[in-house]
Design a binder for this molecule. Structure first.
Ligand code: ADP
Length: 578
């Protein structure tokens, strides 16, 4: 079989300088602290007369799942290499750097010349040649988000030999930093919360976007997804997952232990179950290309194995690499108006699967739709979710003018903000809001909030000339009971402060891709002419948002990924005859 992919990579291999000279330093236990992603990280460093004996992180508030690898591997690397010139962990660079800084602080307090431990040596570039692995698999799944994890567990439980490739040191993908909820109708969880009689049809009717240009008479992908989500909730309950809350407005099934923390629970559960069923997981292993035969069918995957290109062959390849929100080149190509926006998605969402699949002929679908976006602090990049919807704060632009109904959901408000000067908005908050919403203190602690004793002072600090006039006009409308400008009704009340005023400078950050590679209902990847690319399947956000490209509001990314990941596994297993 002629392989159409062959590559030679030039690699830069870094060698850490061996360190000696520790002998002068006093043995003992020292502590150091540095600011991590979510707060301070404290380490305990034990020095013997001539070595760093151990590094232990004793306190931190980093995000479970995402930070786990950094918390484990960075201290170990410092001890192993006796150096501060160690690699940071992809996806957890802030955490990694904070651990290194905290260890440096501890070493300085011990009288160690920490600067000398920071030097790394770089060796010359070397060339690596493609090696074809003798490990063979029935199915290779690329990506360990909800789509890839569900595909792996399903296929391996059906007896297929599965290899899952994940480029990050952890699995979970975007759901690690999402609300960790699945939207679904007609479930036992709903009924346990007293919601009886909800149906998939009703859910679909409510979520249809009457203004969407993409409406279709036969929303088959959306129906498959919504029906699949109902079954998926029951499957996950059967697998032992606990839903700890239910939101009747959004139909959110909240995964334990709590909102915003459930993604990691689901990821670990599915990974454990896939591994128990025989799946092989290779973390820190990035797929770089698909291998095709003369007919154009996919027969394997090339990966970057610590700088070495390795080819794994399989009968089927499922691409589950997520979207491309973190790939500015793809964003600039498909959504040039968003090229200045940051990404709030996981760092893994660089469109690799989109690029690999289109390189072997995959068609795209929905590229004229949109990107899901949410607000982040323009100063610190931390997420500012659902703040406007929970209080009577107003949103103004750089001139200090309101420009949107603040009652809109985060996506809609962020979308409008993208088109303001500099794509910047300022959420203006009162003392009362600060006291009512505990998360504001977190935002203050993390440096995302500007504080002033009067509205004029605030306007001057943030440079929003019309702010005082805007507020006076807004309060007049609120007293009269009608927002003649933007139609706000829900949190529409006078905004006054009994103490300080606060502003959070926000910018929309792209999170989900609504467009992606084209599939059929069985998840076969399609060419432009509608034909199927043999051996290639795709599921989850790499295919965009199936409901958006059929005229529905974006709803449940985790749900879509799980449902279509399962379909991909079932189709692939059937077709390879396991
Ligand atoms: P979905 O919701 O569709 O499952 P996610 O973004 O949650 O998508 O997960 C996609 C996963 O794929 C992430 O964990 C990401 O790190 C991983 N990934 C992306 N590109 C590659 C690649 N080239 N090789 C291996 N894993 C990848």
């Amino acid at each position: 079989m002629k392989k159409t992919v062959s590559l030679i990579l030039a690699l830069l291999m870094c060698f850490t300088m061996a360190v000696n000279g520790m002998a002068d330093y006093s043995a003992g236990t020292y502590t150091g602290t540095a600011a991590g992603r979510n707060g301070d990280i404290t380490v305990e460093v034990i020095l013997s007369g001539d070595a760093i004996e151990s590094v232990t992180v004793t306190a931190h508030q980093e995000t479970p799942g995402i930070s786990d690898a950094a918390l484990a591997s960075v201290p170990a690397a410092i001890v192993e290499k006796q150096s501060l010139a160690v690699d940071t962990v992809a996806g957890a660079t802030i955490t990694s750097a904070a651990i290194i800084d905290a260890v440096e602080a501890a070493l300085i307090s011990a009288g160690v010349d920490a600067e000398a431990l920071k030097t790394a040596e770089t060796a010359d570039a070397v060339e690596a040649e493609l090696v074809v692995s003798d490990e063979t698999y029935d199915i290779i799944v690329i990506g360990g988000g909800p789509a890839g994890l569900m595909a792996s567990v399903t296929a391996s439980e059906k007896g297929a030999r599965v290899l899952l490739l994940e480029k990050m040191p952890y699995v979970g993908g975007n759901m690690l930093i999402s609300g960790g909820c699945i939207q679904a109708a007609d479930t036992s969880v709903q009924r346990a919360y007293g919601i009886v009689g909800d149906t998939v049809e009703q859910y679909m009717e409510e979520d249809r976007d009457p203004e969407s240009p993409y409406a279709t008479d036969d929303p088959a992908f959306t129906r498959t997804m919504y029906r699949g989500c109902s079954d998926m909730i029951e499957e996950l309950v059967g697998r032992g997952l606990e839903f700890v809350d239910y939101d009747p407005v959004m139909r959110y099934h909240v995964i334990g232990p709590a909102m915003f923390y459930g993604g990691n629970t689901l990821a670990q559960m599915l990974k454990d179950q896939a591994v128990a069923a025989g799946a092989v997981f290779k973390l820190n292993t990035r797929a770089t290309g698909l291998v095709t035969d003369e007919a154009g069918s996919v027969t394997g995957v090339i990966v970057d194995d610590n700088g070495h290109p390795v080819q794994y062959n399989a009968s089927a390849v499922i691409v589950a690499t997520g979207g491309f929100s973190s790939n500015n080149e793809l964003i600039s190509t498909y959504y040039p108006e968003y090229h200045l926006l940051p990404s709030s998605a996981s760092v893994g969402t660089t469109g690799d699967g989109f690029i690999m699949a289109t390189a072997v002929g995959a068609a795209t679908r929905g590229m004229d739709t949109d990107q899901q976006m949410f607000f982040v602090s323009a100063d610190t990049n931390i997420g500012i979710p659902m703040l406007l919807m929970s209080c009577n704060a107003i949103l103004v632009n750089q001139s200090g003018d309101r420009f949107v109904n603040e009652d809109l959901d985060d996506y809609a408000a962020a979308h409008v903000t993208a088109y303001q000067e500099g794509s910047i908005g300022y959420m203006i908050l009162s003392e009362e809001i600060r006291r009512a919403l505990p998360e504001i203190q977190d935002y203050i602690d993390q440096g995302a909030v500007v504080e002033a004793s009067s509205i004029d002072e605030l306007a001057e600090k943030i440079g929003t000339e019309n702010l005082a006039a805007t507020l006076a006009h807004y309060n007049e409308m609120a007293a009269a009971g009608s927002d003649a400008d933007f139609g706000r009704t829900f949190n529409f009340s006078e905004l006054t402060s009994s103490g300080n005023w606060y502003a959070i400078k926000v910018i929309p950050a792209v999170f989900n891709s609504f467009g992606g590679i084209a599939i059929d209902l069985d998840t076969h990847v399609l060419r432009e002419d509608g034909s199927v690319i043999g051996g290639l399947y795709a599921a989850g956000e790499v295919t965009g948002s199936v409901e958006v490209w059929e005229g529905y509001y974006y709803t449940t990314g985790i749900g879509q990924a799980l449902v279509y990941g399962k379909i991909a596994a079932n189709t692939a297993v059937d077709e390879i005859g396991r």
